[in-house]
Design a protein around this ligand. Structure first.
Ligand code: MOS
Length: 756
């Protein structure tokens, strides 16, 4: 995808774009419908695929009767495990090849008679129209031999086993003797929280358009990770990586759900290979629930011990979450608890039980979002127990060094976030007595909670092409799922090179571009920033190399650090030349450089750094609710979020992302839950009419403020804004409800039946 910036974004030499509220460059294309999504690419002879889903949680297919489906006019083929050339199995997960993490499940679709969850694809109909494919899919008759299945987390929690940590996420911690300290503490809370499974509901359901040309494959795909998707498809379909091109210029929301390769993608490519036709497979909303993992439910115990002064003496946080028989990872529920509060005694454990459900997956701050619900609810309850203001309690326990590992905390500004948040929100008007505040008949409650999400980055390769006409092309295989990638890339490049934003063009969303990381873990922008900086430095060196032999150049003999990129050229003090002058003197119509970041060295440095430094985006969430005293209906009436995300690259897109996370947090608190039938593992509410996400009328004006202070340990000082704001959000709602009603709800979502 290639995007040109609007002419209205002219720079005037020293104007800096970083930090500005620059309009999204892809906004017009999206609002006018010009933007094309994965299911919108026309191809001659395009065929349409529809999935047949298993209706048992576990067992074997004994037969698949396709006769009736095949008889439908317009059906091209019905693919089953009995008639389809298999894909290669998914590679084993290895931290030496991170792309192996991208397999959504371990199932080799249409190559096995084994059924591992209710909803697993067991056949695919390919037809001339999508309607025909879906109708014929309803006529496929599978027969099963059923096996006993475990689908209920609460019932199976006794079978949980300790979760394994990995290179970037530890699963346990012990410091001092937390159980003894808890028992001895004069004040304590000991609470068990439960959170339900959640499912992804991106506005664009997953879709793939797959086209084979001999052994070359082109895939238009809604994905957060074009690079790993390409590699995975090359492995599964046994073609060289260079033969596979994944294009994903626009993604209608991902949130982790499009971070892996799921059945729909594989089956579209498989169906295209089997039929010799270009094939489109666009999942139904229900199909997304059946084939794309969501968030595990959780059972979490948080116990806190404190002295009368409010200082924590013990923190215990343990969790049970689930994986699927076909894969998934235990949710790192205690990840934030490791870093949030100082205490001499800390005990953290995560455990996992394997269920006969679809593999779970990354979802909107995996770990921290539901983990902070439990921790921050418990902290709030402790504040009532102590008779201390909940903001004060948090300030008292704000650590100077990492509470578990003792590392230095890079740039932690939570104190400032609380102070500013309390001021903006009007926290001082809160009467601490539960149920004491009213607005007419409505009970009013105010709640606060901490937000926490680690700041990470990955290597990103970036190409910069500078033309003699003053234009700049930035190329990097990054992805845009609506958060503003293309816009911020342009801003960063314009500032690094000192050129007007209008002369910068950005190319992304194409696996033929330089390799860059997926959009996940809130790390894409920091990764891109380092790549842009590297490439800009390289470009400067290349240009200084060009002027070395240019007789009249005032830049001759200058070293890179003596030269500044500004006003469309390079300058040493007042003396300098425009890029056009440099290139024309050298007889070049353009120069192009690529920054290449080595993965191995990067990983080694990152892991070494983790021993001495802990980095995170943090924030303070303030929520006001109104509760109807008769119906116990909860309305969120006000919100202030103050975040420390380091440098803000784009004030508009950053605020929008932070707001979006809070909206998700409000959904988590009040409405979202996937209901699973305990008898057969079937998802009972696989639609947006039954799975409730907040709508516009549920959301008040959300006041967002970023401290906007660079973190000197991160590229351009930025720490990532993607996920931090969903953390703490559900707890802020629960705490406000507690304040309004006196009731502590331990089980999400906080539906009115739990308050009556
Ligand atoms: Mo995310 S859950 O890092 O896409």
């Amino acid at each position: 995808m290639s995007i040109k910036y609007a002419e209205t974004e002219q720079a005037t030499g020293t104007t800096k774009y970083v930090g500005q509220a620059v309009d999204r460059v892809d906004g017009p294309a999206k609002t006018t419908g010009e933007a094309r999504f994965a299911a919108e690419y026309p191809y001659p002879g395009l065929a349409y695929a529809a999935i047949v889903h298993a209706t048992i949680p576990r067992g074997r297919l004994t037969a698949v009767d396709t006769a009736e489906a095949r008889a439908v006019r317009g059906v091209i083929d019905v693919l089953t495990h009995e008639n389809t050339r298999p894909m290669k199995p998914a590679p084993k997960v290895s931290f030496l090849d991170l792309s192996t993490l991208v397999a959504g499940t371990s199932v080799n679709y249409l190559a096995t008679d084994e059924v591992l969850w209710n909803g697993q694809p067991i056949a695919v109909v390919v037809a001339e129209t999508p309607e025909t494919a879906r109708y014929a899919a309803s006529l496929v008759r599978p027969a099963y031999q059923e096996l006993p299945a475990a689908v209920d987390l609460a019932a199976e929690q006794g079978n949980a086993v300790p979760q394994k940590g990995n290179l970037i996420s530890e699963a346990e911690a012990d410091k001092g003797d937390a159980p003894a300290a808890l028992a001895a503490a004069p004040h304590s809370v000991d609470l068990t929280f439960t959170t339900p499974p959640h499912n992804h509901n991106a506005i664009e359901p997953h879709a793939t358009t797959a086209v084979w040309d001999g052994d070359k494959l082109t895939v238009h795909e809604a994905t957060q990770n074009i690079t790993w998707t390409r590699k995975h498809l090359a492995q599964r379909f046994e073609v060289p990586e260079k033969n596979v091109r994944v294009l994903s210029p626009f993604v209608g929301g991902g949130f982790g759900g499009k971070g892996s390769v799921w059945a729909g993608t594989l089956l579209a490519v498989l169906a295209a290979r089997a039929t010799g036709r270009p094939v489109r497979l666009s999942l139904t909303r229900e199909g997304v629930y059946h084939t794309v993992g969501g968030r595990t439910g959780s059972i979490q115990r948080v116990a806190l011990g404190a002295g009368a002064d409010g200082k924590l003496s013990a923190i215990i946080h343990t969790s049970v979450s689930r994986t699927g028989r076909s894969g998934g990872n235990g949710e790192p529920c205690t990840a934030g608890t490791r870093h949030l509060y100082a205490a001499p005694n800390i005990h953290l454990r995560q455990s996992t039980v394997q269920l006969d459900l679809l593999a779970n997956t990354f979802m909107r701050a995996p770990g921290e979002s539901i983990g902070t619900f439990a921790l921050e609810s418990a902290m709030d309850e402790l504040s009532f127990e102590l008779g201390l203001d909940p903001v004060e309690l948090r300030l008292i326990n704000e650590p100077d060094r990492d509470p578990v590992g003792g590392q230095r905390l890079a740039h932690r500004r939570l104190r400032e976030a609380y102070a500013l948040g309390a001021e903006r929100f009007g926290w001082r008007e809160r009467d601490p007595r539960p149920g004491s505040m009213r607005d007419g008949r409505w009970l009013v409650g105010m709640g606060v909670a901490a937000a926490y999400h680690p700041s990470m980055r990955m290597p990103a390769n970036v190409t910069l092409r500078l033309g003699a006409d003053g234009t700049v092309v930035v190329r990097s295989g990054l992805q845009e799922m609506g958060m503003g990638t293309a816009t911020v890339l342009g801003q960063m490049a314009a500032d690094e090179l000192g050129v007007p934003l209008a002369s910068v063009r950005v190319e992304y969303g194409d696996s033929d571009l330089p390799v860059a990381p997926g959009a996940g873990g809130s790390m894409q922008t920091a990764s891109a920033a380092a790549g842009v900086q590297d490439a800009a430095a390289k470009l400067k060196r290349t240009l200084l190399g060009l002027v070395r032999r240019a007789p009249g150049s005032p830049l001759r003999g200058r070293k890179p650090d003596e030269v500044q990129a500004r006003d469309g050229g390079l300058y040493a003090g007042a003396a300098g030349q425009t890029y056009a002058e440099i290139l024309s003197a050298a007889g070049r119509d353009h120069v192009e450089v690529e920054s290449k970041a080595g993965m191995l060295g990067f990983m080694v440095r990152t892991l070494r750094e983790r021993r001495s430094l802990v980095r995170a985006a943090t924030g303070a969430q303030f929520c006001e609710v109104r509760v109807d005293p008769d119906t116990m209906e909860v309305r969120v009436s006000r919100w202030t979020g103050v975040f420390d995300v380091g440098t803000v690259i784009n004030a508009r897109t950053a605020a929008s992302q932070l707001r979006g996370g809070i909206v998700m947090g409000i959904g988590m608190a009040l409405t979202e839950q996937t209901l699973i039938d305990r008898r057969d593992g079937r998802i009972m509410n696989a639609s947006l009419s039954e799975y409730h996400v907040p709508v516009h009328a549920d959301i008040p004006r959300i006041d967002i403020h970023c401290l906007d202070e660079p973190d000197s340990t991160m590229p351009m000082g930025l720490r990532g804004v993607g996920e931090v704001s969903i953390t703490g959000a559900a707890a802020a709602v629960a705490n406000a409800v507690r304040h309004a009603t006196g009731k502590r709800v331990l089980d999400l979502p906080i539906t009115l039946d739990k308050l009556l």
